[in-house]
Ligand binder design. Structure first.
Ligand code: CAA
Length: 387
């Protein structure tokens, strides 16, 4: 077993760290307060290759591996979770799905636009009445008699980057009454008639990552925008989420690391009863546990990246490793940021320091791309073979 990284992996990590420290960290609090979408930064990140790290260079990406993606995403998330959410959706949920199931034309047209930062992508699975039970969707796509297009009607909710996305990977029912097997995937151009955006969600954290409802009203989707085959949509959605969950685990690691590093500094500087608070055993105990959890999250996330790389070379799945990483890293992020706020005391609760933002941002990692309860269900099903 080799714990070292390649020169390429270290190089993208360094590019991401440099951008994060110079361009994201100084404005993170401002974007959190305003809830404004950081479009300029996202476009620049696209130019640096950060919006399509695993996308081959001929489609505008950096042509690198999953470990590179994880290392870069951790750096961005450590500076601002909202930026890392947008990066993760573009990379994992949008580009990855089209790369694994799309045609050459779809890759040229849609993946390139997102990977280069020219446009923003999104992924639309959840509906107002179906979240964890994702196959219980109502959005309907009906093929026209001449086969040239699908007419789509329905509503999707909690769409990350929905307010600004140009292209969306959408899941809709093409054959009703047969559950998951009746779902198909489509690539949607939001500039086509029949696409509407609904209310933007006012959120607890990742506030600069815009989220909204979207609606399709007699939306004509060209048949060539079907992704994969009819009826394969649910499997595409699940496979894409396996990759997405590695992104969320990386995000959780980045938030945890930022909270941990701030706490180390604070515990050395802040004095109580005439000593740095880091010299008290109760603080030391917390710091040791934070470090153990941060390392656990990091190692499991890198293992999931490795499992995905193996699966892409040899076939097979990496869903268990992705769910284990996402579950552990997200729950650890919540725990670590909680301890970090506690050790900072009043300053942890104040908006003058970023700790309260880390705490708010960490919560979403336990919810989106499958709640902790769903991750436990996926892991146990995969391990036991029972349903
Ligand atoms: N890869 C490929 N295929 C898969 C798969 C995977 N990881 N997981 C399941 N499948 C296949 C199954 O094999 C099955 O196919 P067969 O019938 O041919 O065997 C089919 O998909 C249906 O699977 P299940 O019967 O297991 O489906 P289910 O209805 O019981 O649901 C679930 C399973 C795990 C609960 C799933 O619904 C799930 O993951 N729910 C959570 C949804 C979720 O994560 N939503 C997040 C929204 S997106 C988001 O948050 C993005 C964002 O904005 C940032």
């Amino acid at each position: 077993m080799d714990f070292s990284f390649t020169d390429d992996q270290l190089s993208i990590q360094s590019i991401a760290r440099d951008f994060a420290s110079k361009r994201i960290a100084p404005v993170a609090a401002e974007f959190d307060a305003s809830g404004k979408f950081p479009l300029d930064n996202i476009q620049e990140m696209g130019q640096l290759g950060l919006m399509g790290i695993e996308v081959p260079t001929e489609y505008g990406g950096a042509g690198m591996d999953t470990t590179s993606y994880v290392l870069a995403l951790i750096e961005i998330a450590a500076a601002d979770a909202a930026h890392s959410t947008i990066m993760s959706v573009n990379n994992s949920l949008f580009c990855n799905g089209i790369l694994t199931h799309g045609t050459q034309d779809q890759m040229q047209k849609y993946v390139k636009a997102i990977a280069t930062g020219e446009a923003i992508g999104a992924y639309a699975l959840t509906e107002p009445q179906s979240g964890s039970d994702a196959s219980n969707m109502h959005t309907r796509a009906v093929k026209s008699e001449d086969g040239s297009h699908y007419l789509i009607n329905g509503k999707k909710s909690w769409i990350t980057s929905g307010p600004v996305a140009r292209y969306i990977v959408l899941f809709a029912i093409t054959k009703p009454g047969i559950g998951a097997k009746g779902v198909s995937a489509f690539i949607i151009d939001t500039e086509t008639e029949g696409f509407h955006r609904g209310k933007t969600e006012p959120k607890l954290g990742i506030r600069a990552s815009a989220t909204c409802e979207i609606e399709f009203e007699n939306y004509k989707c060209p048949a060539e925008n079907l992704l994969g085959k009819e009826g394969e949509g649910f499997k595409i959605a699940m496979g894409v989420l396996d990759a997405g969950r590695i992104g969320i685990a990386s995000q959780a690691v980045g938030i945890s690391r930022a909270a941990y590093e701030a706490t180390l500094e604070w515990s050395r500087e802040r004095k109580a009863f005439g000593k740095p608070i880091g010299s008290f055993q109760m603080t030391q105990s917390k710091i040791a546990d934070m470090k153990c959890r941060l390392d656990t999250s990091t190692l499991l996330t890198l293992r999931a990246a490795w499992a995905k790389e193996q699966a892409s070379k040899n076939g097979g799945r990496f869903g268990t490793e992705a769910s284990v990483a996402k579950l552990v890293a997200s729950e650890n992020a919540m725990w670590i940021t909680h301890q970090a706020v506690q050790i900072h005391g009043g300053m942890g609760y104040s908006k003058e320091m970023p700790l309260e933002r880390y705490f708010r941002d960490a919560k979403i990692t336990e919810i989106y791309e499958g709640t902790s309860e769903i991750q436990r269900m996926v892991i146990a099903r995969n391990e036991t073979g029972l349903r």
